[in-house]
Write a protein that binds this ligand. Structure first.
Ligand SMILES: Cc1ncc(COP(=O)(O)O)c(C=O)c1O
Length: 329
């Protein structure tokens, strides 16, 4: 297959069965990390950029700015490099060094804000920096993933459509929430095209998106210290808040059980499924979205010293499985 651009390489039809996770359900993980930007955010980035192009606000030479915990920044760096748009990404100390190096290698300017906001996160600080920068450089275009409907639309038109087409029937969907674009896009699509699907939004403990108490978080991707404007909580049948330790444990468990190294937010989604597993009846088909792979987390989620210094204990694959080994396994 020949592609005109690296950012045209989107794999939206890859699923892995996870029989180890449940005896009562068929669980499928939609793998979003097999593209050159390495995450689901390539679809978000393309949606945001193409929308800005349609409106005429972005063209060659016009500087673009966005706030990201890493993945959207990498995807935008890739697209902006190919299109000739100077790109500035505003990140925080939870963004991995490799994500920052990746963006810089693609020609982006990366600015790290270090001030935690009153909710223990950095989102307010990242956005405050963007406002300040826009004052100084009014020609810059802020894509604003947190409020831009083009974010949601990308997942309505691509992620959700391909999810349902690929699996045929989905009884439960577990989906993580950061900007909430994936959740709102997928939930809107499934409520129209598969109304029986039970939608579970998965957030990090410490995130305020669904009105829970703020707290310190370390793993980029899920959660926010300020509710994204896009969020529509009424689309979820249930919200599960997962402590980051549980996400780490599930990342390590799926790695040992299947050979698949997944990113931190995938661990959160799998932890939410494990938590609800006993309630599954009549062998449902359960879908979960894996936004990225684990190579970006080797120095965090998969590093014993990093985990020990933040969470006190290292939970390994030896931790007893919540549901035991698969039949005949
Ligand atoms: C690894 C990872 N998981 C989950 C998400 C959340 O996706 P969304 O912003 O669409 O809610 C992100 C967003 O950056 C991410 O990078």
């Amino acid at each position: 297959m020949i592609y005109a651009n690296a950012h045209d390489i989107i794999t939206d039809d890859v699923f892995v069965a996870l029989p180890y996770l449940s005896r009562r359900a068929d669980v499928f993980l939609k793998i979003e990390g097999f593209n050159p930007a390495g995450s689901i955010k390539l679809k978000t980035a393309l949606g945001l950029i193409e929308d800005a192009e349609r409106r005429g606000s972005v063209s060659v030479g016009v500087p673009v700015i966005e706030s990201s915990s890493g993945n959207l920044g990498i995807a935008l760096s890739s697209i902006c490099a190919a299109k000739g748009y100077p790109f500035t990404c505003v990140v925080d100390p939870n963004t991995s060094e490799s994500a920052i190096a990746h963006m810089r290698a693609l020609g982006a300017e990366v600015v790290t804000v270090r001030k935690t906001d009153s909710n223990g996160g950095y989102l307010h600080s990242r956005i405050a920096y963007i406002h300040e920068r826009l004052q100084r450089q009014p020609e810059m275009v802020w894509l604003n993933q947190y409020a831009n409907p083009a974010n949601t639309r990308a997942h309505y038109e691509r992620t959700a459509k391909n999810l349902l087409a690929g699996l045929g029937r989905i009884d439960h969907l577990f989906v993580g929430t950061g900007s909430t674009g994936t959740f709102v896009g997928c939930a809107s699509y499934l409520r129209e095209h598969s109304p029986h699907t039970r939608i579970v939004a998965v957030d990090s403990l410490g995130s305020v998106t669904f009105g829970a108490a703020p707290g310190r978080r370390w793993i980029p991707g899920l959660g926010a210290s300020r509710r994204p404007e896009l969020c529509r909580p009424e689309l979820a049948h249930e919200v599960v808040h997962v402590p980051e330790e549980d996400a780490i444990r599930e990342c390590r468990r799926v790695a040992r059980a299947t050979g698949l190294l997944v990113g931190g937010s995938t661990g959160s989604v799998l932890a939410a499924i494990a938590r609800r597993e006993e309630e599954f009846r009549d062998r449902p088909r359960v879908a979960a979205i894996s936004p990225d792979l684990g190579d970006r987390y080797l120095k965090t989620v998969y590093d014993d010293d990093w985990v020990e210094s933040r969470f006190g204990t290292v939970r390994t694959a030896e931790t007893p499985c919540l549901v035991g080994a698969p039949e005949g396994g």
